[in-house]
Design a protein around this ligand. Structure first.
Ligand code: ATP
Ligand code: MG
Length: 139
């Protein structure tokens, strides 16, 4: 099964709506709730990062009998120093983003902690593409 969604930049009122839609589908498939929780934590952080830090992007979720794979892509501006960005507490969030309650610098490290595999393709002035996968067991 393939699910696809667009995510708009700066649209904080809709941030999290893709995560909610995917959560609903995963629940309907009777996937282990503890795995769904990990998937949604990682997905939500990546979704908010598109809204807060990018020019806009898309989310693809592929579900097979034993894996869920998320491809979260945006059109830039990219991350110049990924090693630094992965550190807990590192954030370039603007005051506007912080006022919305984001910007603790915990998102990427939370994605890493909750996923089974994480690949990040990014660079300055480039798209950012996260590929996150989870091993599932359907009930
Ligand atoms: N999609 C993206 N495009 C450009 N920069 C990004 C993207 N995702 C993350 N970053 C950069 O990496 C930094 C760290 O991201 P992370 O998600 O860990 O923290 P945050 O978004 O700043 O705060 P939090 O997620 O805790 O609300 C961001 O502040 C930003 O500089
Ligand atoms: Mg974040």
């Amino acid at each position: 099964m393939l699910l696809q969604y667009d995510v708009k930049a700066k649209d904080f009122s809709s941030a999290g709506s893709v995560s909610s839609a995917i959560k609903k589908v995963l629940k309907q498939l009777n996937i282990d709730p503890s795995v769904i929780k990990r998937i949604i934590v990682a997905l939500y952080e990546a979704e908010v990062n598109i809204v807060a830090h990018s020019f806009g992007g898309s989310i693809e979720c592929t579900i097979t009998a034993d894996t869920v794979t998320l491809v979260i892509a945006d059109t830039g501006p990219g991350i110049p120093n990924l090693e630094k960005a992965m550190l807990e507490g590192f954030s370039t969030a603007t005051d506007e983003v912080r006022e919305m309650g984001f910007g603790a610098g915990m998102g990427l490290s939370n994605i890493k902690k909750n996923s089974d595999t994480l690949e990040i393709q990014t660079a300055a002035n480039s798209p950012t593409i996260l590929t996150i996968s989870f091993i599932i067991s359907q009930g």
